[in-house]
Design a protein around this ligand. Sequence first.
Ligand code: DGP
Length: 114
Amino acid sequence: MAEKTLFQKIIDREIPSDIVFEDEQCVAFRDVNPQAPTHILIVPRKPIPTLDDLTEDDGPLVGHLFLVAKQIAAAEGLDDGYRTVFNCGKNAQQSVFHLHLHLLGGRSFSWPPG
Ligand code: DGP
Protein backbone atom coordinates (compact mmCIF):
# COMPACT_ATOMS: atom_id res chain seq x y z
CA MET A 1 0.00 0.00 0.00
CA ALA A 2 1.22 3.53 -0.76
CA GLU A 3 2.73 5.57 2.08
CA LYS A 4 0.11 7.77 3.75
CA THR A 5 0.42 11.48 3.09
CA LEU A 6 1.07 13.84 5.99
CA PHE A 7 -2.50 15.06 5.72
CA GLN A 8 -3.83 11.50 5.69
CA LYS A 9 -1.99 10.97 8.98
CA ILE A 10 -3.64 14.12 10.36
CA ILE A 11 -7.06 12.89 9.16
CA ASP A 12 -6.40 9.52 10.81
CA ARG A 13 -5.35 11.27 14.06
CA GLU A 14 -1.83 9.83 13.86
CA ILE A 15 -0.42 13.40 13.89
CA PRO A 16 -2.03 16.05 16.11
CA SER A 17 -3.64 19.15 14.59
CA ASP A 18 -6.16 21.83 15.46
CA ILE A 19 -9.24 20.49 13.68
CA VAL A 20 -11.99 23.09 13.25
CA PHE A 21 -14.47 21.09 11.14
CA GLU A 22 -15.01 17.61 9.75
CA ASP A 23 -17.68 15.64 7.98
CA GLU A 24 -17.87 12.47 5.91
CA GLN A 25 -16.05 14.06 2.96
CA CYS A 26 -13.38 16.33 4.44
CA VAL A 27 -11.41 17.51 7.47
CA ALA A 28 -10.38 21.14 8.10
CA PHE A 29 -7.55 22.13 10.43
CA ARG A 30 -5.38 25.16 11.13
CA ASP A 31 -2.19 25.51 9.07
CA VAL A 32 0.92 24.97 11.21
CA ASN A 33 2.62 27.89 9.44
CA PRO A 34 -0.18 30.46 9.13
CA GLN A 35 0.11 33.15 6.46
CA ALA A 36 -2.82 35.15 7.87
CA PRO A 37 -4.62 35.44 11.23
CA THR A 38 -6.99 32.73 9.97
CA HIS A 39 -5.34 30.05 7.82
CA ILE A 40 -7.22 26.78 7.56
CA LEU A 41 -6.66 23.82 5.25
CA ILE A 42 -9.73 21.97 3.99
CA VAL A 43 -8.67 18.46 2.99
CA PRO A 44 -10.77 15.75 1.33
CA ARG A 45 -10.63 12.37 3.05
CA LYS A 46 -10.00 10.95 -0.42
CA PRO A 47 -6.21 11.14 -1.01
CA ILE A 48 -6.15 12.99 -4.34
CA PRO A 49 -2.56 14.27 -4.88
CA THR A 50 -3.16 17.47 -6.88
CA LEU A 51 -5.76 19.43 -8.79
CA ASP A 52 -4.42 17.71 -11.94
CA ASP A 53 -5.56 14.35 -10.57
CA LEU A 54 -9.22 15.35 -10.29
CA THR A 55 -11.75 13.51 -12.44
CA GLU A 56 -15.27 14.47 -13.46
CA ASP A 57 -16.53 12.32 -10.58
CA ASP A 58 -14.72 14.59 -8.09
CA GLY A 59 -16.72 17.67 -9.14
CA PRO A 60 -19.25 17.45 -6.27
CA LEU A 61 -16.42 16.88 -3.77
CA VAL A 62 -14.59 20.03 -4.92
CA GLY A 63 -17.82 22.00 -4.74
CA HIS A 64 -18.30 20.70 -1.24
CA LEU A 65 -14.83 21.92 -0.19
CA PHE A 66 -15.79 25.46 -1.25
CA LEU A 67 -19.11 25.28 0.59
CA VAL A 68 -17.23 24.16 3.71
CA ALA A 69 -14.79 27.09 3.21
CA LYS A 70 -17.75 29.49 3.14
CA GLN A 71 -19.20 27.94 6.29
CA ILE A 72 -15.88 28.10 8.17
CA ALA A 73 -15.29 31.69 7.01
CA ALA A 74 -18.62 32.65 8.56
CA ALA A 75 -17.80 30.77 11.76
CA GLU A 76 -14.40 32.51 11.93
CA GLY A 77 -16.06 35.92 11.47
CA LEU A 78 -14.30 36.72 8.18
CA ASP A 79 -16.97 39.27 7.32
CA ASP A 80 -14.60 41.52 5.35
CA GLY A 81 -13.64 38.78 2.91
CA TYR A 82 -11.19 35.97 2.58
CA ARG A 83 -9.13 34.12 0.00
CA THR A 84 -9.28 30.46 -1.09
CA VAL A 85 -6.31 28.86 -2.87
CA PHE A 86 -5.42 25.50 -4.37
CA ASN A 87 -1.68 25.37 -5.06
CA CYS A 88 -0.98 22.91 -7.88
CA GLY A 89 2.50 21.66 -8.61
CA LYS A 90 5.99 23.08 -8.55
CA ASN A 91 5.43 26.63 -9.80
CA ALA A 92 2.62 27.14 -7.30
CA GLN A 93 4.86 25.87 -4.45
CA GLN A 94 2.63 22.90 -3.59
CA SER A 95 4.48 21.07 -0.81
CA VAL A 96 1.98 18.45 0.42
CA PHE A 97 0.65 16.17 -2.30
CA HIS A 98 -2.78 15.58 -0.84
CA LEU A 99 -5.29 18.03 -2.29
CA HIS A 100 -6.10 20.91 0.09
CA LEU A 101 -7.97 24.17 -0.15
CA HIS A 102 -6.33 27.02 1.76
CA LEU A 103 -8.76 29.40 3.49
CA LEU A 104 -7.02 32.64 4.46
CA GLY A 105 -8.53 35.63 6.20
CA GLY A 106 -8.26 38.23 8.93
CA ARG A 107 -6.12 40.64 6.92
CA SER A 108 -6.09 42.38 3.55
CA PHE A 109 -4.40 40.55 0.64
CA SER A 110 -2.62 42.03 -2.34
CA TRP A 111 -3.16 41.15 -5.99
CA PRO A 112 -1.42 39.83 -8.02
CA PRO A 113 -0.22 37.22 -5.52
CA GLY A 114 3.51 36.79 -5.05
P1 DGP B 1 0.97 23.76 0.02
O1 DGP B 1 2.25 24.54 -0.06
O2 DGP B 1 -0.15 24.39 -0.80
O3 DGP B 1 1.18 22.30 -0.32
O4 DGP B 1 0.49 23.87 1.53
C1 DGP B 1 0.86 22.97 2.51
C2 DGP B 1 0.54 23.62 3.83
O5 DGP B 1 0.58 22.63 4.83
C3 DGP B 1 1.52 24.71 4.25
O6 DGP B 1 0.85 25.96 4.31
C4 DGP B 1 2.00 24.29 5.64
C5 DGP B 1 1.01 23.22 6.03
N1 DGP B 1 1.57 22.15 6.84
C6 DGP B 1 2.70 21.43 6.57
N2 DGP B 1 2.90 20.49 7.52
C7 DGP B 1 1.86 20.63 8.42
C8 DGP B 1 1.51 19.94 9.61
O7 DGP B 1 2.17 18.99 10.07
N3 DGP B 1 0.38 20.37 10.27
C9 DGP B 1 -0.38 21.40 9.78
N4 DGP B 1 -1.48 21.73 10.50
N5 DGP B 1 -0.09 22.06 8.65
C10 DGP B 1 1.02 21.67 7.97
